[in-house]
Design a protein. Structure first.
Length: 154
């Protein structure tokens, strides 16, 4: 199981390669690293270690293809899904279509949490952060305070 944490600014070369930061590599583990990357919920990319991807696809494959909303969810989830691996220099090569979708150019931000890593263009990530709600405290209270989700996990 993974418990990724952190925000990492990285350079993107002309071929669409990103070198994974050493602090993130320590969280991932040793050896050749295999991932699946696809389109995220916003204009960013999602990257999952292969074993996490298998768990996610098991969940999504439970949906009913005869139900329109569920079928659309399946399509949206799988859109652009591509297997990638690190090379000898600990870089990943992002597919051109996904790079274009997310607007990733010279700089990107890897936002790592739980079992996945979001890949954002630096500009889009900064814009997302600047639109953070002023009432985050109230949102947290609504989610965690009244439902006792945090207390259930103790």
């Amino acid at each position: 199981m993974y418990t990724f944490t952190g925000e990492y600014e990285v350079k993107v070369d002309a071929k669409g390669r990103i070198r994974l930061p050493s602090a993130l590599l320590k969280q991932i583990g040793e050896g050749a690293l295999n991932f699946v990357v696809n389109r995220g919920f916003e204009k960013h990319l999602m990257m999952y270690p292969s074993d996490v991807w298998e768990k996610k696809t098991t969940e999504i494959n439970q949906l009913n293809i005869y139900n329109t909303k569920q079928r659309q969810a399946i399509r949206y989830f799988y859109r652009g899904a591509t297997k990638i691996s690190t090379d000898a220099a600990e870089r990943i090569l992002l597919p051109k279509s996904l790079v274009e979708y997310a607007g990733v150019q010279d700089e990107a931000v890897l936002f790592a949490y739980h079992e996945q890593i979001e890949i954002w263009s630096k500009e889009a990530y900064d814009a997302m952060l600047s639109s953070e709600p002023e009432n985050f405290s109230q949102i947290a209270d609504d989610i965690f305070g009244s439902n006792n989700i945090a207390n259930d996990n103790l």
